[in-house]
Design a binder for this molecule. Structure first.
Ligand code: 16G
Ligand code: ZN
Length: 532
């Protein structure tokens, strides 16, 4: 068959380093960029097959998110803008590790047969890349893979990960979700933002100002592109904009969250709002320093709390009977869970780490707010929820109050990127909520107080011996480990701890929280000794 000959021919330009074994992990493939050319070509092949199978456009994003500049990676995006399904993750791993040309063709044929793919179907693949120096060549390799199997490509060039998810969803919903262009994305989000804050108590010029750490990456670039669409309603001051600094180096959401401090080199003034994006702009955390110079982090848990509180108030005001839940992972600060369940009376679900798990769980509700503590998250609205909200905005018999609430809900739907966590979209929603509520970042922070916590990593000979259950909150093996952890936890007031093998690094992660920082630190230390 022509296609397979073409695959073999083109594949010689993207040779696989012999013996190299990679796995499609929590967020795709991720490793040093020099090992990835063949993987990119093969993901181009896979996306084409997936497109033929689903008869829809598929996305391929070249990025390694918050990893260092010398790494790169790739994520495959399914028709509705979500992460590719699990069965296809296995195909991805198989394709990436196929040793030579014939093995590669066998792997391709296996997928065609298992999935019963009609190869005469058309295929269409959208490709995007982040600002890494290796991304240009790697995204070319993806494009070659698509072409080798006769697929059509659209190269979006430099985009954030969530922008590419958005384009794929727009394309496959025939414009119902929006226009599949960068301009269309800015227009939709910014118009919704402007509508949201239309009746907000007026912000002073100072309050309109938001300082954004662009992680020296794509987010910074895209914020600048978006600026003109905001009609000066928000003044975004970007630092770590990539002009001098290195991508993700001493900056970005991951740095700020893990180090619990602002990126060096900027003066964090009290009473100003700051936020940090990560390298592909799908995560966001906020922070400020108080008058005593103490640093305060508002992570994904605080963001989920702000958003779900806002939405719950609107639902009550609108008189809409829609169920809402907040989805978290084991990393969610214990105080946030207690606050959401006991004070807000919201349903709280806990899933395994990794966006796809949270996303999936959030789909079970009319409104599902999901956030990982690290700042990745969004809000999902069911079709029913969207319809009921829409109807209420048009209901001639509805009270002004409930109509106003419905209108705000409608604009919230439009400002949020429902396909995946999105720094830009989350930022606009958070800014709008603060403006509408006339809330300062300090007031937001004081909704509840985080329990002191500590994260550690432990290097072990084989991290896979650790098996977890109960959304990673408990270990099942090695035998006896959980009992030891339980006994250690008992020694600390408000203590909680868990361990899990990382999905992105060859380490075991340890999390501990307790009443005081000292206690959290020693609990984390004791548990890591038990793992070692
Ligand atoms: C990936 C995940 C992120 C998760 C992290 C955990 C996506 C898009 N990203 O970056 O959600 O928090 O992995 O890493 O799913 P770990 O397994 O090394 O702790
Ligand atoms: Zn990211």
């Amino acid at each position: 068959m022509d296609h397979f000959q073409e695959v073999i021919k083109q594949s010689t330009h993207h040779p696989k380093p012999p013996g190299l074994v990679l796995q499609y992990g929590t967020a795709g493939f991720r490793t040093n960029a020099k090992h990835l050319n063949h993987v990119m070509f093969r993901m181009g092949l896979m996306a084409t097959l997936r497109s033929k199978k689903t008869q829809a456009t598929i996305g391929v994003m070249v990025t390694a998110s918050h990893n260092p500049e010398e790494d790169n990676g790739v994520k495959v995006i399914d028709p509705m803008g979500e992460m590719v399904t699990q069965t296809w993750e296995c195909y991805a791993t198989r394709l990436a590790n196929a040793e030579e040309d014939t093995d590669l063709v066998t792997a391709v044929k296996d997928i065609i047969q298992k999935e019963n793919i009609d190869m005469s179907q058309k295929a269409s693949v959208f490709v995007g890349k982040d600002t890494r120096s290796s991304s240009a060549a790697l995204s070319q390799a993806v494009l070659s893979g698509v072409t080798a199997l006769g697929g059509l490509t659209k190269d979006y060039g430099l985009v954030t990960t969530p922008q590419l998810h958005y384009m794929v969803c727009c394309q496959n919903t025939h414009g119902k979700y929006g226009e599949p262009t960068i301009e269309g994305y800015y227009r939709k989000l910014c118009q919704a933002f402007i509508q949201l804050i239309k009746n907000a108590s007026s912000w002073t010029d100072d309050q309109k100002q938001l300082w954004v750490d662009g992680a020296n990456g794509i987010g910074a670039l895209k914020l600048r592109e978006m600026e003109s669409h905001l009609n000066n309603k928000l003044q975004i001051c970007v630092f770590n904009d990539g002009n001098t600094g290195k991508l993700n180096h001493q900056c970005g959401a991951d740095f700020v969250k893990v180090q619990q401090k602002p990126p060096p080199g900027i003066t964090v003034n009290p009473d100003q709002r700051y936020c940090s994006f990560d390298g592909d702009a799908d995560r966001i955390v906020y922070y400020y320093t108080d008058s005593k110079g103490r640093f305060h982090l508002l992570d994904g848990d605080k963001i989920a709390t702000l958003i779900s509180t806002f939405l719950k108030e609107l639902l009550t005001q609108a008189g809409l009977d829609l169920n809402m839940a907040v989805v978290q992972t084991a990393y969610a600060n214990g105080s946030s869970t207690v606050y959401l369940e006991e004070t807000m009376k919201l349903i709280v679900k806990c899933t395994k780490t990794g966006v796809k798990h949270l996303h999936h769980a959030a789909q079970d509700f009319d409104i599902g707010v999901y956030f990982e503590a690290n700042g990745h998250g969004t809000v999902l609205f069911s079709k029913t929820a969207e319809e009921k909200i829409q109807q209420l905005t048009e209901d001639l018999n509805a009270s002004d109050d409930s109509k106003k609430a419905a209108q705000l809900l409608q604009n919230t739907i439009n400002v949020i990127n429902q396909t995946v966590g999105d720094s830009i979209s989350d930022m606009l929603l958070i800014e709008a909520i603060l403006a509408i509520k006339g809330m300062t970042v300090q007031q937001w922070d004081s909704i509840y107080s985080d329990l002191p916590n500590r994260q550690l990593k432990v290097k072990v000979s084989d991290r896979r011996v650790i098996e977890t259950i109960d959304a990673e909150r408990r270990t099942m093996s090695p035998a006896g480990l959980q009992k030891v952890i339980d006994n250690l936890v008992k020694k600390h007031k408000q203590g909680r701890s868990f361990v899990r093998p990382s999905g992105t690094e060859d380490v075991v992660r340890v999390y501990a929280e307790a009443e005081t920082q000292e206690s959290a630190d020693s609990l984390a230390h004791e548990v890591s000794l038990a793992v070692y």
